[in-house]
Design a protein around this ligand. Structure first.
Ligand code: UD1
Ligand code: CA
Length: 444
């Protein structure tokens, strides 16, 4: 079999987005639009993928492991393909897969069917059924054969009534497509070089052009404006939820559960409504997540409960409960069986197993030993106006309600602070302090 190389068209201005951000970088379920197309293409195992971009997109593309082709001026899809082919060394018998970059719902199967449909012909293209108000180019047939594609802005009323349209995915014989793209002209409503004109040119030259009618038109949606972006997001989210549900996760309401790709969620975990799970989060088995929660880059063990809370960039052990109304952030690490309750904020805090902070606290830059009990209203005063300082709280300590722990500070194992203490000096193991500033309590 000859090799298949792929070209993704991503340089378009995306004017209909009305945005300072290039269209390809708008996010859908947590990833840029172009990421999705490339992911499906990677599964096709194309020998090489070239993405046509505009000069201002170059910086944003450094994190993608693909070859980019700069299209200096966006003179149309045909011009983009020409730029891509000029940058590719010609290969005899080579096949080229061409895809619009603005169709994130596209699946590897669709790419396979375009390649499969090419056979020994010059070009195959994926088509779909559309309604009259669709902005997709229409397929004009002559009998059974495709004759040409007409873009909506150039179409007559009769042509607009045609129900078959061009999806923007093609497989082509490399030499034949090279031959026609150099001859495209911009005599059309948009003054652009249309790749779609290559179809008519190949047909007139007696070449074989094969349309492949796709059954699943949802996967072929092109994103041109923010209305289409929102619709596609909903469809993608539904797919992501369905996959986790099939793998044993209960999602009470997929419509209000916002997922991203590359997440793991264990079996028998239940996700309640209005919850988003983002950025490579990993959730264990039999957890309760939500309602009204946001997890981002969170690693959660088994049998945890995260209720009406936010957990970002943090790790949580087994059997730990967070919320309602808690905020865990900044590389916090919670061990097993920790309890974090109402209105507690943790930032870069390490809590050993069995720690309880059930109400109204800020614990920042803190290390807290096992079974410590942090009373309501406890604050680690970690910022002295210049630096962030650490607070170390020992095992089995009892921190009284409304204690202010002025860092840097160390409270030894088994120590106690009285309610309302302002602790400015280290407390030894087993020590008992109270007051403002806190002083040792007499041992009577
Ligand atoms: C295109 C097709 C149309 C098809 C539809 C499917 C053409 C002329 N029309 O229309 O038949 O039904 O897709 O979604 O091809 N691009 C470049 N450089 C350019 C212009 C565009 O790289 O100079 C890229 C865009 O970033 C985009 C893709 O090509 O990813 C398609 O361009 P777009 O302007 O969105 O074409 P449509 O009007 O949607
Ligand atoms: Ca488009």
């Amino acid at each position: 079999m000859s090799t298949v190389r792929a070209i993704v068209l991503a340089a378009g201005k995306g004017t209909r987005m009305k945005s300072a951000v290039p269209k390809m970088f708008h996010e859908l379920c947590g990833r840029p639009l172009i990421w999705w197309v490339l992911r499906s293409l990677h599964e096709v195992h194309a020998n090489e993928i070239g993405v046509v971009i505009s000069p201002e997109m170059e910086a944003g593309f450094r994190s993608f492991a693909v070859r980019v082709v700069i299209q200096e001026e966006q003179l149309g899809t045909g011009h983009a393909v020409r730029a891509a082919l000029e940058s590719l060394e010609p290969r005899p018998n080579g096949r080229i897969l061409i895809a619009n970059g603005d169709m994130p719902l596209v699946t590897p199967e669709i790419f396979h069917s375009a390649i499969g449909g090419l056979g020994g012909g010059a070009l195959s293209l994926i088509t779909l059924r559309v309604g009259r108000d669709s902005n997709f180019g229409r397929i004009v047939r002559h009998g059974d054969r495709v004759e040409r594609i007409v873009e909506v802005r150039d179409a007559t009323q009769e042509e607009l009534a045609l129900e078959e349209a061009n999806a923007g995915i093609y497989a082509a014989d490399e030499a034949k497509v090279r031959g026609v793209v150099t001859r495209l002209r911009n005599e059309n409503a948009q003054r652009e070089l249309y790749l779609t004109d290559a179809v008519g040119m190949l047909v007139s030259a007696g070449e074989i052009v094969t349309p492949i009618l796709a059954r699943d038109s949802v996967s072929l949606a092109g994103i041109n404006d923010r209305v289409e972006l929102a619709r596609a997001r909903a469809a993608m989210n539904e797919r992501l939820c369905a996959q986790h549900m099939r793998d044993g996760v209960t999602i009470v309401d997929p419509a209000t559960t916002y997922l991203e790709p590359e997440l793991t969620i264990g079996r028998d975990t239940i996700v309640y409504p209005n919850t988003s799970i983002a950025r490579l989060s990993q959730i264990g088995e039999a957890c309760t997540i939500g309602p009204n929660s946001r997890l981002s880059n969170a690693v959660i063990g088994n049998r945890c409960e995260i209720r009406e809370s936010v957990v970002c960039d943090s790790r949580i052990g087994d059997g730990t409960n967070v919320g309602p109304f808690a905020h865990v952030r900044g590389e916090s690490v919670l061990a097993n069986d920790v309890r974090i309750g109402n209105f507690v904020e943790l930032k870069n805090a390490r809590l050993a197993s069995g720690v309880k902070a059930s109400h109204l606290s800020y614990l920042g830059d803190a290390e807290i030993g096992e079974e410590a009990n942090i009373g309501a209203g406890t604050i680690t005063c970690n910022f002295d106006g210049k630096r962030k300082n650490r607070t170390k709280i020992g095992k089995r300590t009892f921190i009284g309600s409304n204690s202010s722990l002025v860092a840097p500070l160390e409270v030894g194992d088994g120590a106690l602070t009285g309610a309302g203490s302002v602790v400015t000096k280290d407390v030894p193991a087993g020590g008992r302090v109270a007051g403002n500033p806190a002083r040792p309590l007499s041992s009577k």
